[in-house]
Design a protein around this ligand. Sequence first.
Ligand SMILES: Cc1cc2nc3c(=O)[nH]c(=O)nc-3n(C[C@H](O)[C@H](O)[C@H](O)COP(=O)(O)O)c2cc1C
Length: 265
Amino acid sequence: MILYFTGTGNCLYAARKLAAEGEKVLSIPQEMRRGGELVYADDAIGIVYPAYGHMMPDMVREFINRASFDAPYLYFVCTYGNRHANAAELCLENARAAGLNPAYVTTLLMVDNWLPNFDMDEQRARIPEKKIGENLACIRADVAARRQWIEPVTDEDRAAHEQFMSLGLRFEPSALGDFLTIDPERCIGCRICAKVCPAGCVALEGGKAVRSAQAGFGCNACLACMHACPARAIACAAGDKNPEAPRFRNERVTLAELQEANGGC
Ligand SMILES: Cc1cc2nc3c(=O)[nH]c(=O)nc-3n(C[C@H](O)[C@H](O)[C@H](O)COP(=O)(O)O)c2cc1C
């Protein structure tokens, strides 16, 4: 069984590629929304999530704290776009704090969807050099062999994370009040932002999208809404490296699949 969290489809794609035939692939936001007890049992359970400032998204951390896993082999795959820093160690810390003891933790380089620093045209051009398919095949083989491995972390990686933390950016709902703004003049009321939001933070009021960082499970900063908005009505306070470039969605994931994954309210 594989559980994933995604903003723009990378983790959904990775989860699907890692799944063996007939293996369940479940969306973490959907599981969280289902309510009731979160109990999972399988021979192997994988959790796939994107690195946010090298860390686990808020909802993934909450999920692993609430859920119970009965699996002889538990593994984590953290996708990232540019610099993983000490993501594997931070993942291990979160897992242990949740009472879990993963056998395998790795990072996986994919497209970087962080619009403030990255031009999506440049990112798309770099897809071949990232060798995503080959790296996924290696992880899949590792999991099939039940390899015990935690990706090593260096002091340089830790220093990179310290440097990031010193910038003061926090990807928690309480710190994301003004992170994204929706321009009512540009909004066409299509609801796509609400449908792709994994956290249920966007609603339609008077035919226009309205976001509240504290609504639903609370904004995770995933940028799903900003990438998916066809009217470019959503802006990020942290900036927009190339507003002209087409936004990103993993090229193997359709908008309908992303909406289905994230709740489609
Ligand atoms: C809020 C936020 C923070 C991010 N932080 C990092 C980071 O620290 N290092 C990195 O390499 N990529 C970072 N990224 C890029 C994502 O981790 C990467 O694109 C991931 O594959 C996206 O997965 P998804 O398409 O499933 O949402 C960040 C993206 C977002 C939205």
